[in-house]
Design a protein around this ligand. Sequence first.
Ligand SMILES: [Zn+2]
Ligand SMILES: [Zn+2]
Length: 457
Amino acid sequence: MASHPVIDALQAAHAALDSITLQDSDGRMVGWSSMEGMSGDELQQAVSLQAQLEGRVSGLRLHAVAAADAGGAAADAAATDTQSWAAQAGRNRSRSWGGVWLAKLLEEKYPHTRAALASGRISEEHASVIVRAAEKAPVGVTPEQLADCEERLVHKAIRMAPSNLRRAARRLLEPLSKELADAHEDDLLREQERKAEFWTDLVLGDNGDGTWTGKFVIPELHAQLLKTALERLSSPRRYTRGKGGDVVEDPTVSNRPNGLSYTEAMGAAFLELLEHLPQTGHARSALTLVVHVEEEKLRAEVGAATLETGARISNDEVRRLLCEAGVMPMVMSGRSLPLDLGMASRLFTKAQAIALSARHDTCAAVGCDRPFAWTELHHRRPWSEGGPTDLDNAVPLCGHHHRRVHDTSYDHQWLADGSVRFRHRWRSRWRDGADPWAGQDDIDARVAPRASTTHAA
Ligand SMILES: [Zn+2]
Ligand SMILES: [Zn+2]
């Protein structure tokens, strides 16, 4: 008995692919035959033909699913519905962008999309985008008008990635009128936003090694907000030139030729964002974490502290956080009595910050370009050591340099012009073994250097 032409064609396709597989001595397929010797053009052609084939094959699958649905194949096979029938029949392997819904609509309503998919000019994902957009067309649009718009969109889709096509599809009705296209776009965006809200979630996992890994799904608007904020926080390049235009090497930055990569810079910016969540507004206290630390430890710069959530952080970190809002210190005296030193006297006021901006345009670290507005105000003499919260003791530092100034692996030195420079405590970390501080003596004599274990050169 002759088999159906569809089966014959698919088997012929398999036979054609068999001819380019690699087989072992028992005739078992172990992979594909070598592509060695193919030119760049040929490889490109190969990938393009594969993409075309994939489109055609998924079009054929949808066609089969539509036929199965119309013929009641699911009921015959005792499957609950055509969707699960198709999953079973396809051995759960094929990814579908629209399933039975798309299969039926392609057959019944969208000839241009169907034709483009059958010829492999678009992918199944493209087809799904077009059909979804067309299905949301307002009731006033006639089938002829819709078919015309569909044809134009299919034409565009051939050269577009699905993500761009989604944008173009929202203006599907543009050929009819701007008003219709606007109304249609509004509907589609509203639906997309509703879905985005539904899918929004965030997972945080403790890696147990001092890092956490997070993953989230957020709506477009919020992603744009986050991206803009992070790019702003990471944008002006730092570590470039000194005030005299000379190239400045910043020993606190990695040796990599271009400093941080984009993703590393975004990561650092994210930390800054988290430490500067708004403290004002109705729920002022909600964003404050209390940290418990013993007074002696704080003054001695050793010994960990405990966040109210139970997490432990280093002394360096506590001392840095004390310069800024966001963390409320609960300093325990020797007898373990909580001694709330309060926030009012600890934090610099807005007026002080404005006055300080007259003295500094940027972060005070030598060579750092971060604008003043993005800096944190550090107490030159630590507040925990009785350093006053007044103008002469305030110095603007960007997030990175503020971390370094409290990082006991670095020494820092205040210069007469109000800037600060850094040096790693280990001589072995000095570039070419040379002391970065050698030959400069414009040190601010008013600020005593921090006790250091470095053997000065
Ligand atoms: Zn500080
Ligand atoms: Zn800086």
